[in-house]
Design a protein around this ligand. Structure first.
Ligand code: UGA
Length: 435
């Protein structure tokens, strides 16, 4: 089967590489010549464990290629996936569909034979019908179908999530498109993964509802964590006790500095906008967005308390700035709220992140970067654990404490605990939602 993938961002590139690994012939298209040149050289523009090796394997097998030439890429393709960005539109919080619609029009103009145009980007309910209208208007004689195929992979675990999904969601209007989609995913069905086939609108809605629900779960435990601190409970024990109820489940119940990333902040805002537009307010999602902002600000207050009320004149070491481990992505990372507050308050900030420096340098002005966490902590008055990279999970805390001028730890991911910190020589330790 021949597939074209429009957009080589996170979702597009991972999907393209994985589809080629299924045995399909995949051509990935992007408008950015720099990206295509990199990919042709075998370099992966993003940091995602395992992606470079899988990409090289399928390029060598002749199943995967990259191009700037969209018409050439879609020639003979049975399915064309749109996996371009849908960022938050400035001003109104809506998902910006400019890139999706531009791609749809280009596909329409270049297509000759029957093709299924599949939206993989996260798009508001009703977008696939708009894509259908745009394509029909741009090429009235074209025989085509549209399909919605939202993606649920997580950054840092993208290949595993794609290859072993909990489910695949496919929204279609007829059996013809359903057949093409099931052919594409057949290698997964053989491994017995459930496919949920729905209408277009339901598929679009599943993606927003799932992301908003997960963001709600995290935000709920973050709010419980704040209360735990007041009443003297330990949120780690609370989430363990809650999560063992199968109806609740233990995943996404880790309290922290607030969710970030390229998806939850954008998708919760877009869902709230869709609700407002249809006079069906998403009260819970709106509250989640607000509480998540409060959570990030609450962390700043916590750090300030650990610095005797003011950052001025203090040296603060921040370990981890990406929005989560195993990615170099800093989009909407809590560090973007927390680090500027430290710098703005007059602290000298020393930062270490296994992958975040490249992007972080432009986003976090006024900080000092270190490759080694022990160097970063040297002379600091406060150690802030902000992203739970494996590299930071088994630090020699004695060595860290000895190098600090005042051994105080703010563990915003609850990796360690007060006893462990005290035994290592820390004079003060604070986690999230624990006394
Ligand atoms: C998320 C979803 O998990 C994917 O299923 C979805 O496909 C993706 O968005 C998307 O829409 O494309 P991702 O943004 O890569 O994936 O990252 P997550 O692992 O979900 O983490 C999101 C944020 O929540 C991070 O800032 C993380 O630190 C935070 N988080 C997560 C917590 O604070 N506590 C938790 O228990 C879990």
């Amino acid at each position: 089967m021949k597939i074209a993938m429009i957009g080589t961002g996170y979702v597009g590139l991972v999907s393209g590489v994985c589809f080629s690994d299924f045995g399909h012939t995949v051509v990935c298209v992007d408008k950015d010549p720099r990206k295509i040149e990199m990919l042709e050289r075998g370099e992966v523009p993003i940091y995602e464990p395992g992606l470079d090796a899988l990409m090289a394997k399928n390029v060598d097998a002749g199943r995967l290629s990259f191009t700037l030439d969209l018409p050439a890429a879609i020639e003979g393709a049975e399915a064309v996936f749109i996996a371009v960005g849908t960022p938050t539109r400035r001003g109104d919080g809506h998902a910006d569909l400019t890139y999706v619609m531009a791609a749809a029009e280009e596909i329409a103009k270049a297509a000759k034979d029957y093709v299924v145009i599949v939206t993989k980007s996260t798009v508001p309910v009703g977008t696939n019908r708009k894509v259908r209208d745009v394509v029909a208007a741009a090429n009235p004689g074209l025989d085509f179908d549209v399909a919605s195929n939202p993606e649920f992979l997580r950054e840092g675990a993208a290949i595993d999530d794609f290859m072993k999904p909990d489910r695949v969601v496919v929204g279609v209007e007829n059996d013809r498109a359903a057949k093409v989609m099931s052919e594409i995913y057949r290698p997964l069905y053989l491994r017995d993964f459930p496919i949920v086939t729905t209408d277009l609108e339901s598929a679009e809605m599943i993606k927003y509802a799932a992301n908003a629900f997960l963001a709600t779960k995290i935000t709920f435990i973050n709010e419980i964590a704040a209360l735990c601190e007041k009443v003297g409970a330990d949120v780690k024990q609370v989430s363990k006790g809650m999560g063992m109820d199968n109806r609740i489940g233990n995943k996404f119940l880790h309290a922290g500095p607030g969710y970030g990333g390229s998806c939850f902040p954008k998708d919760t805002k877009a869902l709230a906008r869709i609700g407002q537009e249809h006079a069906s307010p998403m009260h819970i999602t709106e509250a989640v967005i607000a509480v998540n902002e409060d959570t990030k600000r609450r962390m700043i207050g916590k750090l300030q308390d650990l610095c005797d009320g003011k950052f001025n004149g203090k040296t603060v070491c921040v370990l981890g700035v990406t929005f989560k481990p195993n990615t170099d992505d800093m989009r909407d990372a809590p560090s973007l709220t927390i680090v500027p507050a430290l710098v703005g308050g007059g602290a000298k900030v020393k930062v270490c992140d296994p992958q975040g420096q490249h992007e972080g340098e432009g986003l976090l002005p006024g900080v000092q970067w270190h490759d080694d966490p022990y160097d970063a902590a040297k002379g600091a008055d406060l150690l802030v654990l902000l992203t739970e990279w494996n590299e930071f999970r088994a630090l020699d805390l004695n060595r860290i404490a000895q190098g600090m001028s005042r051994a105080v730890m703010a563990d915003l991911r609850n990796i360690y605990n007060a006893n462990v910190a005290r035994d290592a020589g820390f004079v003060a330790y604070e986690g999230v939602g624990r006394i």
